[in-house]
Design a protein around this ligand. Structure first.
Ligand code: WTA
Length: 650
């Protein structure tokens, strides 16, 4: 079978782009050989209320604690210190609405909004340590709510506003949040998504929420519960308040962000105040080398970790000016991104390989319509970037003089782990490689048993040492934290990705080694889709997997067995799609749903997802000696064949 663009070529090559220079090696060496001195200096990137007693407490692995007994506040570092030190009138955000409206908020403006909303939170009974959910689209109230929570020491959990009611309810239940901050609706691709309605549905499935704060964004009609719901504009009327920041312990939680795994419900990764903040600010500087007068555009959604770390915390800690964009990059036309770059003279652009591949499809004429000469650095995140997309980005967007910073990291790692270190002296770039580890990061490539593999051999990437940005634990589940990440290779952090280190020491990230999906750079669990399918009354069994896709990296494919009393009446697939959309959100809706009579199983009754996937993708299914019902394999082949003929989709 033909390999797709995204699959084909992320493999070591010796092709080198962009000339290199290098003091990186020296800084890196210092970070691993002289850890405490290194981090002691580096932590000065923030203002501390009280200095730490110890850089790292590793006495209770794998619960590593950084900057022990240090005290600081993230909102103070994001706004107060800039207001106090000469950046009062500098733009923190240039916010661009989907319809093109713009709002510029200065550091002083952000500071006032944050104080104001912090006061509202206190008035509404939120205290230090309380959990609150933020379910907002890309509007300025999102960073304001995050920073206001951080200011008073409340722990926020941001839920991506593209998630459905079931996904939101799971996060409310796990975090036991007492408040949700949301909007009446969100503009998306020219349509309105009724967020408050989704929140109302989700809250029905939970018991901890006592207050819902609603931002009026779209003006659509919504239900307000008099006892429970308040408008953002009503609770923020008094705009001249100062709320003393809560001086948080370095290892107090800052936020919880749920992320997909291979089993069970999404896991709540808990990030702390000190280590995380030092890490995101440092990594942004090392990888992208932003300058005082730059305009930085991280085009992710705030609801994912990329937005948390690199739209909100890191750029604000560094006092940068960020573009924040509410809309979709292809709406109303495929040159939306290029138009924004030209209009706002963006200097640093950070987006996903899927975005590049999507825009690449429309051709060079769209970027060519715009003056992109302000761009100096280009970045990518979320999935491997295939060399064809890398080169297109380099040549047509960066005009062959802007380095591509391919950043590899995860929700759990807090910030970049492997990325070209522009700020420390850039090595020559190889299209598709994230190059080298950030200072303090010590990767190894291992085989199944934990033996270190030689160069050029594919294995599992793991990390030998803790780094300041690593998550503290999983919410409510420290045992799962140990089991998922630290059991496969005792003493090492295991992250679930494949990688190769080439003969020049460059790292090549090759995607997930487990059943986690990566759709358009979004991390989704097959298990979540299977659970949603099985919880539909018609479905008895399901097997879900990712199929390589030339634009999105992967798309979701589901095979479903119906319960005896149900027939494939021609409508069932649509019903299942609708249910997944409402429950989990549109990004979870499978591209293909096939109804079959049986699924391949082992003698003990376990569904062999590996076999389903291999047969469906026309690959060798591997060892099928334990397969109980070989007829199922023919049925899968047939379903795929019928699908290909009907859709013309090979
Ligand atoms: C994948 C997103 C290759 C990887 C920041 C990882 C990447 C998962 C890259 C984490 C990259 C992220 N090259 N693969 N540059 N960046 N990944 O938690 O499989 O949403 O484990 O964090 O995305 O996804 P998450």
């Amino acid at each position: 079978m033909e390999k797709t663009e995204s699959q084909k070529d992320v493999l070591p090559t010796s092709e080198v782009f962009h000339p290199g220079i290098g003091s990186y090696q020296q800084v890196y060496r210092e970070s691993v050989e002289n850890r405490d001195d290194f981090w002691s200096k580096q932590a000065g990137i923030l203002d501390w209320h009280k200095r730490w007693d110890k850089i790292l407490d590793d006495s209770n692995p794998p619960f590593y604690r950084w900057f022990v007994n240090g005290k600081l506040n993230a909102s103070y570092n994001a706004v107060d210190r800039h207001v106090l030190h000469g950046k009062r009138n500098k733009a923190a955000y240039i916010w661009i609405a989907e319809n093109g409206d713009e709002k510029i908020v200065t550091y002083d403006g952000l500071y006032r909004r944050v104080n104001n909303f912090a006061r509202a939170l206190l008035d509404l009974g939120v205290k230090k340590g309380d959990k609150i959910i933020i379910y907002l689209p890309m509007i300025l109230e999102a960073p304001v709510a995050m920073l206001a929570a951080a200011r008073i020491g409340a722990v926020f959990s941001f839920v991506f506003a593209g998630f459905g009611a079931g996904a939101l309810a799971d996060r409310i239940n796990d975090s036991k949040a007492k408040m949700i901050i949301t909007a009446d609706g969100a503009f998306r691709g020219g349509k309105i998504v009724e967020l408050k309605k989704i929140v109302d549905e989700a809250v029905e499935m939970t018991s901890s929420i006592s207050t819902i704060v609603v931002v009026k964004r779209t003006g659509i009609d919504i239900q307000m519960d008099e006892e429970r719901d308040v408008w953002w504009h009503d609770v923020t009327k008094d705009s001249s308040v100062y709320i003393e920041p809560e001086w948080m312990d370095s290892n107090d939680p800052l936020y919880i962000l749920y992320t997909s795994g291979t089993t069970g419900k999404p896991k709540g990764a808990v990030h702390g105040n000190g280590g995380y903040s030092v890490w995101v600010a440092s990594t942004l500087r090392w990888a992208f080398d932003p300058k005082e007068d730059d305009r930085w555009w991280c085009a992710a959604d705030i609801g994912w970790v990329t937005g948390h770390s690199y739209i909100v915390f890191a750029p604000l800690f560094l006092g940068l000016t960020s573009i924040m964009f509410e809309g979709a990059i292809t709406y109303p036309a495929p040159d939306r991104m290029w138009e924004i770059i030209e209009r706002y003279r963006v200097n640093l652009l950070y987006t996903s390989p899927t975005a590049i591949r999507t825009l690449m499809r429309f051709g060079e004429k769209y970027p060519a319509m715009h003056d992109l000469s302000s761009l100096r650095v280009l970045g990518t995140v979320g999935e491997p970037i295939n060399p064809a997309a890398w080169k297109w980005y380099y040549e047509h967007i960066g005009h062959s003089n802007s380095p591509i910073i391919d950043t590899y990291w995860q929700t759990e790692t807090g910030g970049f782990m492997i990325a070209p270190p522009l700020g420390l002296g850039l090595p020559p770039l190889k299209p598709g490689s994230g190059t080298f580890p950030m200072p303090g990061v010590e990767p190894v490539i291992l085989d199944e048993k934990g033996h270190e593999l030689p160069e050029e051999q594919k294995g599992y990437i793991a990390y030998k040492k803790p780094w300041p940005g690593m998550f503290l634990t999983l919410n409510n589940d420290p045992e799962r934290y140990k089991k998922v990440y630290f059991e496969k290779y005792p003493g090492l952090y295991f992250c679930g990705d494949y990688a190769i280190k080439d003969k020049d020491g460059y790292y090549w990230l090759l995607g997930r080694s487990d059943e986690v999906l990566n759709v358009s750079g979004h991390r989704l669990g097959t298990i979540e889709v299977e659970d949603a399918l099985i919880s539909s009354k018609e479905v008895a069994e399901s097997a879900v997997f990712g199929k390589p896709d030339s634009v999105k990296g992967e798309v979701i494919v589901a095979f479903v067995v119906l319960k005896e009393q149900y027939q494939d009446d021609g409508e069932i697939v649509q019903k299942l799609r609708k249910r997944i959309r409402e429950d989990l959100g549109p990004i979870y809706v499978p591209e293909e749903i096939h109804i079959v009579k049986t699924l391949p199983k082992t003698r003990s009754g376990k569904i062999m997802r590996r076999v389903v996937k291999a047969v469906a993708l026309n690959q060798l299914p591997g060892d099928i000696s334990t397969l109980e019902n070989s007829a199922s394999v023919d049925e899968i082949k047939e379903a795929i064949q019928v699908f290909s003929t009907e859709t013309g989709n090979p």
